[in-house]
Design a protein around this ligand. Sequence first.
Ligand code: PDD
Length: 283
Amino acid sequence: MARIAYVNGAYTPLKDAFVHIEDRGYQFADGIYEVVVRVGGRFWDLDGHLARWSRSLKELSIAEPMSERALRLIIHRLVEKNRLGDCYIYMQATRGVAPRNHTFPLEGTRPSLVMTVKPLDMNKLNANAQKGISVITEPDIRWDRVDIKSVGLLANTLAKENAKKAGSGEAWLVRDGKITEGGSSNAWIVDKSGALITHPLGHEILGGVTRQAVIACAEKLQIRVIERAFSVDEAENASEAFITSATNLVTPVTAIDGVKIGGGKPGTVALRLREAYIAYNAG
Ligand code: PDD
């Protein structure tokens, strides 16, 4: 079945889904996005993703394209129209279409809203987690407001492309000797005492919705969580490492720059947290 996208008020076959060449998202990366998964008929952490959606828009002074209620309706409709089971939902809003000029367009420019969906293979994700992934480190050359989920992802794509070329699943970004996060995920290690360590919230990382849920899961499991920056050296000597994101859930990391972590096998703490995170969403 041909996939259907949502573009500024219309449901359109994906092959015909276009935006204007003067859309500010296209010319200035002047927009934001969210990725949500739907598994087993439930949208995972949708409230958290919609809250961050609104926050990102507010931080950039982009008007909400529509009410949260209407947004939820479109998400549901789009999944229905595509007759998908487990899937990824991509939603993006930009400041809209206006003649190219760096400063904001005059009032009356409406924000653009597009959405696409694609199938998600839970079996493949699970197989990935059982095996674990390797990561490489890359310099964090991004701007200073990566807490905003902006579509300006060039630095992330360059880092992730290097990871792919190295046969790795993710790039861990390093700023001032400390790992901030992954190219499209949050980064975690487990120390010798079994405590979780992850970079604190702030302008240097995206406040992952999965990160927040995993902190709640860890608290339930009585696993200590320490929110502080950690170095590459600390990571290479950790008991375990893992990443979190809407699309990877909790995925163990078994090597950093070729250095094996936890004997090169997925760690038990990471796998427990993955299970707890899945249970938390499955309800
Ligand atoms: N990325 N950090 C970065 C830089 C990210 O791009 C993401 C998510 C995360 C994790 O956030 P969350 O847990 O809310 O998914 C952290 C999405 C999945 C993407 O760009 O495809």
